[in-house]
Every structure is written in C-alpha cells, then in structure tokens.
Design a protein around this ligand. Structure first.
Ligand code: THG
Length: 267
C-alpha cells in the first residue's frame, strides 16, 4: 500500500498559520511525524491561499524536502503553481491531479512528461463529477486511455474515483467500491487511490466510517490512500486488511509494523 500523508494542507487549521508565517519548524515536524508513521509520499496543498498559493507551495516543497528525504504529491488546482513546485522538487514527484476535462488535461499532460512524474487521475470530465460508478468509469477509461496513448505507463497512473459523502447519497460508497474493482480488472498494473475522509462528511463518529470504508476499499483492490498516518487505528486496519486480502506477501509489512510497535495502544 502506498501511503500519502494528508496533514500538510492549508484547509487544516494549524497548517494555515504555519504556512502564512513560513513557520518551517512546524511544517518539518508535520512532515517528519508522517514519514516516521509510514508515509511513502507527503501531500502538500496550499490551495486555500489562492493568489499566494504558488509561492507557498514552492516554499512547502523546499521546506519539507530540505528536512526529510521523501517525495511529494503536489496537490493544486493551479497548473502554474504545480509547475513551479515541480521545478523545486527533488526525486520522482506525483502530480495531484489530472482529469479528463479538456483544459485541465492539456495543462497537466506536458508537466507529467517534462518532469517524469507519477499522476493521480481523477474520474471526472467536462460534465463534472459523475455520481454513479458507470459515469466515473466512463471518465476514468477516457483519461487512462488518453494517458497511455501518450506513452504514460499504467504503473505511473493512480485512478481516484472521487469520494462523495454518503450523507448526501447513500449509494456513493458503493459507487467508489465498484469503480475501484472494475478499474483494477480492466487495467492490470494500474493503481487506485482515494482520499477517504470525505465519505463521512456530515455524520457523527466520522473515524468509524473512514475506518470501515478503508477496509472495504482495500478488499476490492485499493493500493494507495491519502490518509492521516498518525491515526493508529486506521493504519492498523490498513496493514491487517492488506495481509488478509493477500496483498502483503508472507505478511511481511504486518509483521514489521507489529515489531515496530505500530499497533501498541490500539488493541
Ligand atoms: N483526492 C485527491 N486529493 C485530495 C483529496 C482526494 N486532496 C485533498 C483531500 N482530498 C485529502 N486531504 C485531506 C487533508 C486533510 C483532511 C482531509 C483530507 C482533514 N480533514 C479534517 C476534516 O475533514 O474534518 C479537518 C481537520 C482540521 O481542520 O484540522 O484534516 O480525495 N486526489
């Protein structure tokens, strides 16, 4: 499982002032704690700063990578900000994200090629975010077929079905599950990724829903997740589910996590 740490995002109340004040220590601590908890990539998102976003994103890339040897997912609606962030990035970045929307697609594709990045492919097109699995699959297939025809390898593509709150439509969880399972069958070797926490928006005891949803997604083949790696129970369920579904050969990752004490305090 490829784990992307989600905590460096200006939509979080502690991160916003830290970025505005260029508080490098706070950002480095947030990066290190996620890395030590098992994050393979760290997401950086300064999207709420709008006009000040490009400078902030470049500062985040440099600040994190000066302190921690970890690649980043560059999470931005702004292609210009993504380009500047990629210029500052060391190693193999992941762009978050491309879509099948005509404009977004044409702006992001050259960046994937020029900077040889991994890419998160959102299952949406010019008609918006489809609510059904079939609609998401149509958008995802169009996008994946276009990317592969440009020479991008399936192993570099992370399809994100886009998670909607089940409080706004009781079938939205199932739509994500069906999208993941179908994409994995149709494109062997491709990756799937989710930001899980949107599933529980508007409901009480959100962590319970996030945890159950992660297990369900892993069962049908989710192999990457944008999560808070400091949530020990979520991480425990992640390692356990991977071992149980046969995605962790010889249960190696589960055993290492147990030996490192990652499950202490949750059982
Ligand atoms: N797919 C892709 N990228 C994404 C998302 C996705 N990037 C942004 C988001 N979704 C994933 N990242 C976060 C980051 C922080 C939080 C949730 C998702 C978070 N949320 C708390 C909440 O919702 O209650 C807020 C807590 C706080 O304010 O501190 O922390 O789906 N490709």
């Amino acid at each position: 499982m490829l784990i992307v740490g989600e905590r460096i995002n200006t939509s979080r109340k502690n991160i916003l002032p830290a970025v505005e004040n260029r508080d490098a220590n706070f950002i480095v601590d947030t990066a290190k704690s996620q890395y030590n908890a098992g994050a393979d990539y760290i997401d950086v998102n300064a999207g709420t700063l709008l006009g000040k976003e490009p400078d902030a994103l470049v500062w985040l890339v440099k600040t994190v990578q000066d302190a921690v040897d970890v690649p980043l997912t560059i999470d931005s609606p702004n292609p210009e900000a993504i380009k500047l962030a990629l210029m500052a990035h060391k190693g193999k970045a992941m762009i978050n994200s491309i879509t099948a929307e005509t404009e977004r697609y044409s702006q992001i594709l050259p960046l994937i090629k020029e900077y040889n990045t991994k890419i998160i492919a959102l299952a949406m097109d010019d008609s918006g975010i489809p609510t059904t699995a079939e609609g998401r699959l149509t958008a995802a297939r169009k996008l994946v077929d276009a990317l592969t025809s440009e020479g991008i390898q399936l192993d570099e593509i992370y399809v994100d079905p886009l998670v909607y709150p089940i409080a706004t439509g009781s079938e939205y969880g199932k739509a994500v599950i069906d999208t993941i399972s179908t994409i994995k069958k149709e494109y062997p070797g491709i990756h799937t990724i989710c930001g899980l926490s949107n599933i529980s928006h508007g409901l009480p005891v959100r962590k319970l829903l996030n945890q159950a949803f992660l297990v369900m997604c892993i069962t049908v083949g989710l192999d990457s997740a944008i999560i808070d790696p400091l949530d020990q129970r979520l991480m425990g369920l992640l390692y356990a589910s991977e071992a149980l579904i046969g995605a962790d050969e010889f249960c190696t990752e589960y055993l290492v996590a147990a030996r490192e004490g990652k499950f202490e305090g949750i059982v």
